[in-house]
Design a protein around this ligand. Sequence first.
Ligand code: EPZ
Length: 421
Amino acid sequence: MEKLVIEGGRRLEGTVTISGAKNACLPIIAATLLSDDKSVIRNVPNLRDMSTMVKILKNLGVTVQQDGDTLTIIPGGYKKHIAPYELVSTMRASICVLGPLLGKHGKAEVSFPGGCVIGPRPIDLHIKGLEAIGAKIKVERGYVIADGRKMKGGHVYLGGHFGSSVLATANTMMAAVLTGGVTVIENAACEPEVADLTMFLIKMGANIKGGGTHRLIIEGVKKLHGADHSVIPDRIEAGTYILAAAITKGDVTVKHAKLEHNLALMDKLTEAGLEIKKVPSGLRVRYVRKIKPLDLTTLPYPGFPTDMQAQFMSLMTVTDGISVITEKIYPNRFTHTSELARMGADIQIEGPTAIVKGVKSLSGAPVMASDLRASAALVLAGLVAKGRTDIRRIYHLDRGYECLDKKLNALGAKVWREKDK
Ligand code: EPZ
């Protein structure tokens, strides 16, 4: 195993280039299963989650070639329809092969995805969406077993207790594009990653209206062809580097970052006193005055993204004053707080709310990564802490951040990997 070591206290400046969006790539790679033709997916980040999704496709009999950040996917006449436990259990998002397998073959068996440290990860909305278009679903031997031979268009409301579901929307949409009749998804997720998936499906020949809105209208077509698509930049990676600039009082240009994908974060950070400007290559972020403490609630898009909550909290731990952070998507998504406390942060958890009292400074310490975004929060804390921070179990980071140490060092940080005894 490896650990990431950070020598804190260095101001970040310069330009960082954002990679393709992990959470757009995963369902788009799955969507290629809806056709026998070749598809080309570009701007694919080099991440562990991508290789897991590629392994699942290869396991189904699909040919996948990689050339740098470009995947060439040739489903050919693949016949298998099972995504096995040993692959799905390593990445929850694998559940998004359920919809395309059902749409293409009328049947699918996908291992029931486990929960993870950010909380239970139910799939009731996935099942609700698929049953609404006539699929018969049962859970047996730890597998979701779906029979879609009698699927037809349907009308479904996909809002759950915590709002709309990104991958339930993706699964229902991907199952519906080849299903006869019209399917309407109300309260669909409208994250940019879902909009990008919709774009890709339309390029494949799908008939979908309302992409990027809460209402999707899908008219089933007979067949889909392959498509060539470049994936949108990763707004969560961009947001993480924007916060890295803020926490180190730096001046960083985040290349390819799209303002319109990060409006909630921009709104909050501008309110906090950070200067954020649109530049031809992306966004330029400058620390120009003392950051103010802020209250924050995570919400479905276009609200403040839950995937930025942990990173934002790191900034608040060294911001003078009290900030109140409420997590409405995953109420227990606070595993990072105990590790931040080891570095001297003052955080009190009251149910789905964290009360953060800014401290003068954090001190470097050995800490443990627990999930992808919690690990990113520890990296941000390490960048500003006095002394050395060792972050163990950094395989979590490698799932969602491409060449993180390289990109940070190019901005003036001092970060390296070491064998973890
Ligand atoms: C996607 O997960 C993202 N992952 C997550 O990013 C992100 O945190 C999440 O959306 C919310 O934005 C990918 O796209 C691969 P949801 P997803 O279904 O689709 C509840 C990261 O760090 N829910 O939108 O699995 C659920 O428990 C990852 O990159 C149900 O109740 O999330 C949560 O409280 C972490 N029933 C809320 O809805 C369901 O059937 C939103 O979950 C499904 C979800």
